[in-house]
Design a protein around this ligand. Sequence first.
Ligand code: SF4
Length: 207
Amino acid sequence: MTLEDLHHALSACRRCADAGYFIGSTPIFTLNAGAVFMTVGQAPGRHEAEVTHKPFSGPAGKRLFRWLAEAGFDEDAFRATQAMTAITLCYPGPHPSGRGDRVPTWAEQKLCAPWLDGVLAQVNPRVLIPIGGLAISRFLSDPRNRVSPRNRVSMTDLIGEQFESDGRIVVPLPHPSGASQWFNVPANKIRLARALAILAELRNSHS
Ligand code: SF4
């Protein structure tokens, strides 16, 4: 399957709706041949679903790209040359409480997991940037249970470090939305700065 084939097949995916799960958009992702860096979020948000149809393009995305700018990445260039995907690629709708977005269920994550595997195989990015606890768990927990809901990892322990997973470099970032309390801890600001410094080094070594 070529990247173009994958793009078409993924764009047409309705697995969740067919299985009876709510989805609030078509799949939202960015794939570029030769991408070295790939962000992996939790799922698209409402702004992405209803306005832009581009990953990380709402308020959380603005914050993410402010961070990436500190590591030397230009947003337009990143979108045009790198890859951006998520644990589930369709908007899961609002949280029942009315605050924020619904976290994709375990069943939805499993339905979408083969797409992420397919993207990894086809795009073959050297550096993964999982954003937020769900995506971090996907790459930095026991691979035998890597999408198990019982196997979540502590984000705080991992931000600011560089890891390897299946031959790829993994640099986790906190999710830019809903992490305000996390950022209030001075040690966490240092962790984020360390993570961005790692990404800056990787960017320099791959440019
Ligand atoms: S979330 Fe993933 S598996 Fe579910 S419909 Fe969207 S692309 Fe398909």
